[in-house]
Design a binder for this molecule. Sequence first.
Ligand SMILES: CC(C)(COP(=O)(O)OP(=O)(O)OC[C@H]1O[C@@H](n2cnc3c(N)ncnc32)[C@H](O)[C@@H]1OP(=O)(O)O)[C@@H](O)C(=O)NCCC(=O)NCCS
Length: 182
Amino acid sequence: MIREATPDDLPAITALYGREVLTGTATFELEPPSLAEMTDRFEAVRARGLPWFVAEIDGAFAGYAYASPFRPRPAYRYGVEGSIYVEETARGHGVGRALLAALIDRARALGLRHIIGAISDSATSQASIGLHERLGFSRVGRYHQVGWKFDRWLDVQLMQLDLDPTGVPPKAPGIDLTGGLA
Ligand SMILES: CC(C)(COP(=O)(O)OP(=O)(O)OC[C@H]1O[C@@H](n2cnc3c(N)ncnc32)[C@H](O)[C@@H]1OP(=O)(O)O)[C@@H](O)C(=O)NCCC(=O)NCCS
């Protein structure tokens, strides 16, 4: 089941993300953020009207996903970047797909125009790249050796989903980016 995240989910979210910071290459953070920091990030996302979802399996927390502004300058106000994290024990059962599909639906409903996935490319990123391709994202570029983590360089594979590839002018106002990003 996919639902809106609430502040009560933040301890589980912080724990899952912290494990990924310490053991994985999906994020380029090196120190796990505190619960207070994750609370600030959650509130910043929600303050912009962007989605933060939680997945549950039989009532148990199984993962989360959220959309954050793609870039801070206002012309970028129609794009978001997606972040998705699934509990290791729940992977391979469609949770990531359900979370990303929910983000796509919400972004479309908000009148946004594209979703970006910036995926660190390493031996363990095939699941993430596969997930994004499965939901229609295209590979649009690649940064070479821009991350240094676990004593090795990491590339970043950029992926993009266009929600209206015709390029007609947007009808919605986009994300309010005044004041910059937190
Ligand atoms: C990437 C991640 C979110 C995928 O979540 P998941 O719940 O395991 O993925 P799903 O079971 O929903 O799989 C959806 C699709 O992704 C692809 N996929 C999933 N695991 C895969 C793997 N190990 N290898 C290749 N493709 C894979 C498949 O196309 C799959 O579709 P299919 O089942 O119809 O073949 C999860 O592995 C994860 O949290 N990884 C660590 C954090 C991370 O990398 N996050 C993404 C960066 S923001």
